[in-house]
Design a binder for this molecule. Sequence first.
Ligand code: LLP
Length: 470
Amino acid sequence: MTLTHPLPAVQQPVAPASPGSPWPASARLARHGELEIGGVGLAEAADRFGTPLYVLDEAEVRARCRAYRAALPHAEVFYAAKAFLSSALAGWVAEEGLGLDVCSEGELRLATAAGFPPERILLHGNAKSPEELRLARRLRVGRIVLDNLAEIPRLASLSTPDAPQRVLVRVVPGVSAGHHEAVRTGVVGQKFGFALEGGPSGRGEPAGAGWQDGAGAPGGEAAEAVRRVLEQPGLVLAGLHCHLGSQIASVDPYLTAVDRLVELLAAIRDRHGVQLPEVDLGGGHGVPYTPGEPGLDLAEFAARVPARLAEQCARRGLDTPRLLVEPGRAVTAPAGVAVYRVLTVKHTVGGHFFAAVDGGMSDNPRPALYDARYSVRLIGRASTAPTRPVDVVGRHCEAGDTLVRGAELPVDLRAGDLLAVPTAGAYQLSMASCYNLVGRPALVAVRDGRARLLIRRETVEDFRLREIDG
Ligand code: LLP
């Protein structure tokens, strides 16, 4: 039997399962510094499957899906597959009753091959190819989110009144939110969606020009897209969509987005005499990456956002549309832990300590791309040594290949030690590269004390297999 007790304060002051903890709720510190997730020791898993190793806690993913459904019983929840997708995960999400947001042929094919019901799939993309649209139609995906004027006739030509396609129009609500400029999609000047300003052709006409009578009605590019969709007999306009950004910790930006979308819904009703039945607020729900960092409070979101939608609609005499949300990170990030082996510890002039591990920017490009912050702890042996700041760096040939800057790690850290990085279940493996031909890591699912290899480690043979002439 394994003895369990809370993580000691020496390395990490916040215990798992406490609010603001980046660790999965199942995290337990066992004997000899072993850290268990889902009842599986991470050091033991590292020995068995090798490192770097990604570990995904199935119960945590399922619990998070259930929490969304329980908090938002009248909403439709779509897991955003871009955060991470595998066949097993698609199965868990389907079983827990969520829909799936996909944004490529690859995600669509993988999900449907895994048996995900196409009618519960929503397709996104600012540049959907003709093949993707054809595939989506052939598979009968439930909804397609329109992002540019050109795809309206393109999709309409693939749809007929007796087999119509349900669509949403992606609106840019003019709300700035998200952890980094690269992920802020709620404002004009970025590539996604239709602005509430601009003219009928979307080429810079003054605000309101999308409306025949002008009169200060909101609409702009978005109103013009709506008008064109409504002209297409093969398309059913289900509603409006927006996605503000990612890693958002406050509910307020969503409330502003609701206000702006409802204003447009009312204008559409006035202009076209139709009430759209759905409003999709996208994803972006933030999670703590470091102890105590705020995430989005799901209970607060659930208490305030549907109420604001109902209130704003009532004010304008509209029926309240169904709410759709698309969380990605909040479902999988906290369920994942990355395990690395320290290859070398270096003390350089200027008093810098580096711990170089066997992964890096190829399995986690987020610190390099967004200056993302992470927690990290020594696992697999107990250390009572005091800590000092160490930069945990990767093995790639770039000085910017840093995983965790200034991590507090024991002074006796040495080559061969194992380090665990929590909040690793989203936008890491899904954004992994084959830089330096370091193969992408293996992924294991843990549940009830058992580890199951979901994705094997990539090897040089995988690269060679793709070569035709060599
Ligand atoms: N819906 C749409 C239309 C999206 O574009 C996204 C994310 C989501 C939902 C899910 O957002 P989430 O709930 O996971 O924040 N690579 C960046 C994040 C990019 C997010 C892209 N879109 C990162 O690692 O922070």
